[in-house]
Design a protein around this ligand. Structure first.
Ligand code: SIN
Length: 507
């Protein structure tokens, strides 16, 4: 069913059937008889781009039961078959990447080129996990403590997986989880963010075309934040694993909700990434890396550079060069217009929050080198915040303790290693960190000392399907992607064999 509001976005698509305005459960497009819908808005102009059914707890429980039923046979499909489905799904995503990017741009505000990059990043998880499905080497043979015994271990799919994903990567956070889950032989129920359901539904449409059996991949749309669908996925006994990407606050709540059923969990939560540039760094590499690590998704990623520490000797020059690049390259505007490199933030609330953090920094003595609230033009939408460079930042300011989640670059000066590490590790969370230096020993020592789950050395990009992604401290636990990404969706079984007889030289 298509709403009249969606005709504009539909007209932009080469394949309009990718824009789905119903939930997807058990291989059926459905509103489950609900008349309640919610509007999906374009964050650039606040126009409604379509509607979705506002499903509830009972609908989520139904999806879980359907997924459980589908799991009974999907778990036994040969790995080669699961791999082929993922391979087909990957090819379909690449074939339709222009449309998928357009949908993402309209619901998330990401400029078109960057949206296409996300679709490629998202598809790369299917490509990676179609290989990993075949390479799920699992198990060991161990000599038992009891004579005449052997112990074998192997891994099995965990069961139905609840996938709870954020609006900042509407496609990639689903493929990173669902790709691994399907490779392992699990079925999934996805609850996409209310702001960005269409990317999830377009994935479901392509999944169906790729041959995913009915009930193995389900999408439950809802406008709620946590109260019903999310809670049901966490509390339902048939859901054996919940994989969540989002804020630390919500992650803790989901853990509480999941405790009564002792679910296996992966929590990819907030970050506060230190980005360190030593005097001896390759400055042009560092400038380039910082642009990438800061402005991806308008600064709305949990691995974005949040606190940029530059050593005293190059500090002033580096800040100036960086601000010049930002002024030249960050072109704000309508994300659907070619040439725009900085889109809106997801909501007016997000923009107001960023503005308040900049004001807090200014009040604490930081200097605005570029941008800031006063750089807004009267024609800017309320969701927009200008690319901003601040220097003279100090520990204790809000921007050093919280994720900026916006296009604001905050520079801190440091002199010694000790001072640096004290500041860099002074954070409750620990997801990503970055260090630029030409000294190998220093790079190694800092990478080991940083209290984060991931460190980029002379690179501003740690996101790669081959690399385990995840944090420590209040950034959560579990790893996504990489070889270990599959483990998260498997459980180990141990088989103890007895009575084999004592080993001798003859049988
Ligand atoms: C995130 O911000 O949650 C994920 C970022 C990434 O995968 O690079």
């Amino acid at each position: 069913m298509a709403s009249s509001a969606s005709s504009l976005l539909r007209s932009k698509l080469r394949d309009p059937s990718l824009l789905r305005e119903q939930a997807y459960i058990g291989g059926q497009w459905t509103d489950r008889g609900k008349s309640a819908t919610f509007d999906v808005k374009n964050p650039y102009n606040n126009e409604t781009i379509g509607t979705c059914p506002d499903l509830d707890s009972a609908d989520a429980a139904h999806a879980v039961e359907v997924a459980h039923e589908a799991f009974q046979s999907f778990r036994h499909t040969p790995a080669k078959q699961r791999s082929q489905i993922l391979e087909k799904w990957y090819s379909l995503m690449r074939e339709h990447e222009q449309d998928l990017a357009t949908i993402l741009t309209y619901e998330n505000g990401r400029p078109l080129d960057a949206a296409k990059a996300e679709i490629q990043y998202a598809a790369s998880f299917f490509s990676w996990f179609q290989g990993e499905a075949l390479r799920a080497y699992s198990g060991e043979t161990i000599e038992s403590s009891v004579p005449g015994g052997r112990v074998l271990t192997f891994k099995q799919p965990v069961g139905v997986v609840g996938v709870l994903t954020p609006w900042n990567f509407p496609s990639a956070m689903i493929t990173r989880k669902a790709g691994a889950a399907l490779a392992a032989g699990c079925s999934v129920v996805v609850k996409p963010a209310a702001e960005t359901p269409y990317s999830a539904l377009a994935l479901a449409e392509l999944g169906e075309r790729a041959g995913i059996p009915a009930g193995v991949f389900n999408v439950v749309t809802t406008n709620e934040y946590l109260a019903s669908v999310g809670k049901t996925l966490c509390e339902h006994d048939l859901v054996k694993k919940v994989s969540f990407t989002g804020s630390t606050r919500v992650g803790k709540l989901l853990m509480e909700q999941s405790s009564s059923t002792l679910k296996k969990l992966s929590m990819e939560l907030g970050g506060n990434a230190p980005f360190i540039i030593y005097d001896d760094a390759d400055v042009s590499l560092a400038l380039q890396g910082l642009m990438a690590a800061k402005f991806r998704a308008s600064g709305q990623t949990c691995v974005c550079a949040n606190r940029v520490y530059v050593q005293d000797g190059i500090y002033d020059d580096f800040v100036k060069q960086f601000a010049d690049i930002v002024q030249r390259d960050m072109i704000a505007g309508d994300p659907t217009t070619a040439g725009t490199t900085l889109g809106p933030l997801i909501s007016e609330t997000a923009a107001t929050r960023v503005a308040s953090m900049v004001e807090d920094a200014k009040a604490g003595g930081a200097e605005v080198v570029l941008g800031g609230e006063s750089a807004r033009s009267t024609s800017d939408p309320a969701t927009f915040y200008p690319a901003t460079v601040l220097k003279g930042m100090q520990p204790g300011m809000r921007a050093s303790r919280e994720e900026l989640f916006g296009p604001v670059v905050a520079f801190y000066r440091f002199k010694s290693d000790d001072e640096l590490l004290k500041m860099a590790n002074d954070a409750e969370v620990g997801l990503a960190g970055y260090v630029y230096t030409e000294k190998l020993g220093r790079a190694w020592r800092v990478a080991e000392a940083l209290e984060t789950g991931m460190v980029g050395v002379n690179t501003g990009m740690v996101s790669d399907p081959v690399a385990p992604f995840g944090g420590i401290k209040h950034s959560g636990f579990g790893r996504e992607g990489g070889r270990v990404g599959l483990d998260e969706f498997q459980v180990m079984k141990t088989i103890t064999l007895g009575g084999l007889g004592l080993p001798t030289n003859s049988i």
